[in-house]
Design a protein around this ligand. Structure first.
Ligand SMILES: [Zn+2]
Length: 476
């Protein structure tokens, strides 16, 4: 995730400048008090209202008839989210020092550090243990994220540090979290009343073109790897870069096959449509999208088109829906693009910026005036539910799941502001007619089935062939 707004550089997937983001976040909180699509409140009153409203959001409940059903379903099937960027936020905000933040407290009330790196989301954290418990979570794939600008052995080192952080996080809260490496681990930990912690590598650049490093990452606990992030790797195209390989290179195919042999899930979030199709076709095991929504509803290349949804279903994979407003609302996606254009036109970045080059205060004021005249379109829990319904309609109920992207976005849909709010989304689906069995599949049953299947394929392939000795040099 991540975008660039104004002169501030990008952060994670959809992260933008933190000042703009904080402003947007407060506006989103305010809208919870207002009718849908109401205009944006502004000024001192808005700022004063912002904090209490954010606190209220943590206490959002669901209709008791749905709550009782959810308790029953989620005591049997763990609710598993496939993508959360808390480790990266902890790295940036606290340099990975877990003494600096108490995850047993409500982190939405913790002020954002004043020396915050502009590449963070810049908003209050969306994840902590009390809210994970309130969200009835049973498992979390923590994202091991390394920006694509960091390359080579430095990317490998940072990935190792982030894996270490996830393990320290789990060890620090042993009554609530426990590391999981298999589907059976997840079920055992859930049965013991704890939340399974799993590791996903977000970006193929983190293995620095080395199958040996890939194997080491597996040994350290990584159970999925996203083949590319914002930029192409040397062997796979990203959805948000200029097409280069038109799918996977022969070394890319070798990496997919080695992941199959190891038992590491192939994650196709962030890759181009050509890479999605190539990887699904050559993979010997079902694949996943750890955090991706439906392209038929929002035409972002990061989203999954219907033809790919059908392929995923044919190969028994799972697409886990991303909650980011710019991926689940077409109106918001277009607004983000228009705002970026306006920010460039007004831009203050020397030497060849826009109208207010070298005058950051004027540029900021002008952009605020534009925002006032062009309110950010509201995005709600219903928008996310629409994507889940669409993926179900095209691919079937066995091929959809949850991949929120919490703590990797600067703004959230109204009513889905943190990890305590999964029940709100599931209750909305119940209101639309989803049965208990269908909710169980979406919440965690489907991704557990894929994980088990990947494990079975790996057990077979490990007997059938030795580790690959291919290298990038040989492939050129
Ligand atoms: Zn992402």
């Amino acid at each position: 995730m991540k975008t660039v707004i104004g002169s501030l550089r990008s952060g994670n997937d959809h992260r933008s400048g933190w000042l703009a983001a904080l402003h947007a976040r407060c506006r989103a909180s305010l809208r919870r008090l207002l009718p849908r699509h109401a205009g944006q409140p502004a000024g001192v009153l808005g700022l004063l209202l912002c904090l209490p409203v954010a606190a209220m959001a943590a206490e959002v409940g669901v209709d008791p008839q749905y709550g009782a059903r959810l308790d029953r379903i989620l005591s049997q099937t763990p609710l598993i989210d496939a993508h959360n960027d808390l480790p990266w936020e902890l790295h940036l905000r606290y340099r990975g020092n877990l003494d600096a933040i108490d995850l047993k407290s409500d982190t939405s009330a913790v002020p954002v550090p004043s020396d915050l790196d502009p590449s963070t989301t810049g908003v209050a954290l969306m994840t902590d243990i009390p809210r994970m418990r309130a969200g009835r979570m049973g498992g979390q794939f923590w994202s091991v994220y390394v920006p694509v600008e960091i390359k080579g052995s430095a990317a490998v080192e940072m990935a190792l540090e982030q894996i270490d952080l996830v393990k320290r996080l789990s060890a620090r809260y042993p009554a609530d979290l426990e590391m999981a490496y298999t589907a059976a681990d997840v079920l055992r930990i859930h049965k013991a009343g704890k939340i399974a912690s799993l590791i996903g590598i977000e970006g193929g650049h983190q293995i620095d073109n080395s199958l040996a490093v890939l194997r080491d990452m597996y040994d350290l606990g990584a159970r999925y790897m996203t083949l590319a992030h914002f930029s192409n790797t040397a062997w796979a195209d990203s959805a948000t870069d200029v097409p280069q390989h038109h799918g996977l290179t022969s070394f890319g195919v070798e990496i997919v096959h080695e992941m199959n042999r190891l038992g590491m899930m192939i994650d196709l979030s962030h890759v181009s449509a050509e890479t999605m199709k190539a990887a699904v076709t050559v993979s010997e095991a079902p694949v996943i999208f750890s955090h991706s929504s439906a392209r038929a509803l929002v035409d972002h290349p990061r989203n999954v088109a219907d033809d790919v949804l059908r392929l995923i279903a044919e190969r028994d994979g799972v697409v886990m829906v991303n909650f980011y407003p710019g991926y689940v609302s077409e109106r918001r996606r277009l607004w983000i693009a228009e705002r970026a254009g306006e920010a460039a036109r007004l831009g203050a970045t020397p030497p060849f910026g826009g109208i207010y080059v070298g005058q950051p205060q004027q540029a900021k004021a002008a952009l605020q005036a534009w925002e006032k005249a062009h309110p950010q379109p509201l995005v709600t829990v219903q928008d996310v539910a629409d994507h889940i319904d669409h993926i179900r309609k095209i691919g079937g109920v066995d091929h959809v799941g949850l991949g929120s992207d919490f703590d990797g976005m600067e703004d959230t849909p109204v009513g889905l502001t943190g990890v305590d709010h999964y029940p709100v989304l599931l209750a909305e689906l119940m209101r639309r007619g989803w049965t208990d069995q269908e909710i169980a599949k979406l919440a965690g049953g489907n991704v557990l089935r894929v994980m088990s299947s990947v494990e079975r394929v790996a057990a077979r392939l490990r007997n059938a062939r030795p580790p690959s000795q291919a290298s990038m040099v040989e492939q050129r």
